[in-house]
Design a protein around this ligand. Structure first.
Ligand SMILES: Cc1cc2nc3c(=O)[nH]c(=O)nc-3n(C[C@H](O)[C@H](O)[C@H](O)COP(=O)(O)OP(=O)(O)OC[C@H]3O[C@@H](n4cnc5c(N)ncnc54)[C@H](O)[C@@H]3O)c2cc1C
Length: 590
């Protein structure tokens, strides 16, 4: 139900409006009509930052230290967004002090040329950098090293070693640029306690990036409002004039926050919004519910939708649909909704009640088969996700040379595409993928198939003494059609015959090693995980948001995963764009 404008306006007296639960559920930029300026503002500041992740915290601190008053609103109970759950691998280059210390020659020009090199293609033919917006990349290249030095100056400790190529993607091929924020003794959101003291200075972790920034923001006087979810952005007129503030929902009430200078959208993308992500890829239906970074925070597209509602344009669609990098990933843990390979929730985590299970980490994909909803295999289980370019990925790399593209050896690596292909019944989406294994596999992998390792309660893990019974037990909300017991029995029997012959006649799995024959048998959720948002709102070099006529929307900024035009995984582009946006937002006239 779309809200009428009068419903969105506050009642008199300046008190925050109390909203019925049904109204709150429908206050979503996707459905709300664009609100006009509110009758009353409950709070007022120079700069409002929406989101406290890798973009939002740097933006807020930079703006505050430039003299602006800043309110940062965060939808969740704690700061950090995906950034705090991340691996803390930060590819900021262009000539940082650490690159210089270790004798690596980098420059803004080299970084710019790397990230706009048309000739870099993946083995499946998809180019990493060809569709990057030159203006945005130039701004990143020029501000990359200053952002790194700024992080150091604001308490982030990096592992003291030579930059390498570990953990980031699409960061350029010429020189190593990856640096790693050290976990130090901050409590880890994954476990609820600090890392082992022996490894605190060596372990790369997003906790070591975000907690020092939170401390720096509080010290600088940024007002952080947790559990304040932005529901819309106000402009003077719905599609013209300056941006003047935002509405947030907090504890069932709506508050209006006036921004005298600017609003910065740092909400982290849209991969958790099914309809939004399907604009880029119709296959990504509801069953892809194991978003990386959840349940610490969601990527619900609220920033993009609120921006679009006041005229903002989207940008850089190819970077989302191109088959490279970690936009779509193969799970690394199974038997849990949240199976992202680099994030395991442990019972001490403050969000374990929402994560519900840690999952079983797969050491060897030879220990299981993967089947679709019908109980049929679809690909070689040892197959991986899409590849992505990084330092040294192209050997004998010569910037801009036609030989880079010409020498790429074609290897399509279609695991993800096969998983998302569906069962041929006219529905979009591949449906659940189940890992099927037996008691012997359990011993080989040293798995304990009980909660809290697996999520039996919500239907992400099943077991039975016979394969036939296992198929019949698989009932959960994303299993649209029952798995046929005959199918599962036949699939396993055929796979076992491939183990005998040593040849997988169906999908070319190299030397199938282990039969599935000893009960009990298990079915564990192993559905692909959606990860990065790489398209988003159109911005210029200053991170100002632009409309469909390429005009700046005055007073509106955006960066990180909610901004488009830049194909790169993660933290560097987010922190750098936060740094740029914070500076320019503070410089606006009140
Ligand atoms: C498990 C994992 C590991 C990763 N590892 C790496 C890595 O090693 N290196 C790397 O470069 N990248 C990594 N990434 C990616 C990186 O963390 C993200 O790209 C980066 O954090 C994006 O920054 P952001 O500011 O755009 O979004 P986020 O960091 O996600 O922050 C967005 C914030 O906005 C808040 N928010 C959203 N909507 C609203 C609203 N309506 N109102 C108020 N607040 C709102 C969210 O709750 C969240 O706190 C990883 C990601 C994950 C999930």
């Amino acid at each position: 139900m779309a809200l009428k404008r009068r419903d969105l306006l506050l009642g008199g007296g300046g008190a925050a409006a109390t909203l019925a639960a049904s109204q709150l559920a429908s206050i979503n930029p996707a459905t709300a009509q664009v609100p006009g300026p509110p009758a009353k503002w409950q709070l007022s500041t120079d700069v409002v930052v929406i989101g406290s992740g890798a973009t939002g915290l740097p933006a807020a601190i930079v703006a505050r230290e430039a003299g602006a008053s800043v309110i940062l609103v965060e939808a969740e109970k704690d700061i950090g967004g995906h950034a705090i759950t991340s691996g803390g691998n930060v590819p900021l280059g262009g000539g940082t002090s650490v690159q210089r210390k270790y004798g690596i020659n980098d420059s803004p020009d080299l970084l710019f040329r790397d990230l706009t090199d048309w000739s870099v293609v993946e083995p499946n033919g998809f180019p990493d950098y060809r569709y990057n917006d030159r203006e945005i990349i130039r701004a990143f290249a020029d501000n990359s090293a200053p952002t790194f030095e700024w992080l150091l100056a604001h308490g982030v400790v990096f592992v003291d070693k030579t930059p390498d190529d570990f953990g980031g993607t699409s960061v350029g091929n010429s020189v190593p640029r990856e640096m790693h924020s050290a976990a130090m003794n901050w409590p880890m959101v994954q476990t609820g306690k600090p890392a082992d003291p022996m490894i605190q200075k060596m372990l790369s972790s997003g906790n070591g990036l975000m907690r020092p920034l939170e401390a720096a923001a509080r010290k600088a006087g940024v007002q952080i409002l947790l559990e304040h979810r932005m529901t819309s952005i106000y402009r003077e007129q719905p599609n013209s004039g300056r941006v003047i503030g935002i509405a947030v929902e907090h504890n069932g009430q709506r508050l209006n926050i006036r921004a005298r200078k600017a609003v910065i959208i740092a909400t982290g993308g849209y991969t958790g919004n099914v309809n939004f992500r399907r604009m880029f890829d119709p296959r990504l239906t509801e069953e892809y519910c194991g978003l990386a970074g959840m349940p610490w925070s969601n990527q619900d597209a609220s920033g993009e939708l609120a921006g679009m509602a006041i005229g903002a344009s989207l940008w850089g669609f190819y970077n989302q649909t191109g088959e490279f990098g970690s936009n779509l990933t193969k799970p690394g843990t199974i038997g849990t909704q949240y199976g992202y390979v680099n994030l395991k929730w442990m019972p001490g985590s403050p969000v374990f009640d929402r994560a519900r299970a840690s999952g079983l980490s797969v050491a060897n994909w030879q220990d299981l088969i993967l089947v679709n909803m019908l109980g049929k295999r679809f690909y070689d289980e040892t197959g991986g996700q899409f590849t992505a370019n990084d330092y040294n990925s192209i050997k004998d790399y010569k910037q801009g040379s036609y030989l880079n593209a010409k020498n790429a050896k074609y290897n399509p690596n279609n695991f993800i595409d096969a998983a998302l292909a569906g069962i041929g019944d006219g529905h979009n989406g591949g449906g659940p993928v189940w890992a099927i294994f037996d008691a012997d596999a359990l011993n080989r992998e040293k798995w304990d198939p009980n909660p809290p390792n697996v999520d039996t309660k919500s239907g992400f893990f099943f077991s039975a003494n016979a394969l036939r019974d296992l198929a019949q037990k698989i009932k959960m909300k994303y299993q649209r059609v029952p798995m046929s017991p005959e199918n599962l029995e036949q699939t396993v029997a055929r796979y076992n015959s491939f183990v005998d012959s040593g040849i997988d006649e169906d999908f070319g799995k190299p030397m199938p090693l282990h039969k599935i024959e000893k009960g009990p048998f298990y079915a564990a959720w192993a559905t692909p995980v959606v990860h990065d948002s790489r398209a988003g709102l159109r911005i210029n070099a200053k991170c100002q948001v632009m409309d469909m006529n390429a005009r700046v929307i005055p007073g509106l900024y955006c960066g990180g995963e909610s901004a488009g035009g830049f194909s790169q995984h993660g933290l560097a582009r987010a922190a750098c764009q936060g740094y740029i946006a914070g500076k320019n937002a503070a410089a606006e006239k009140a």
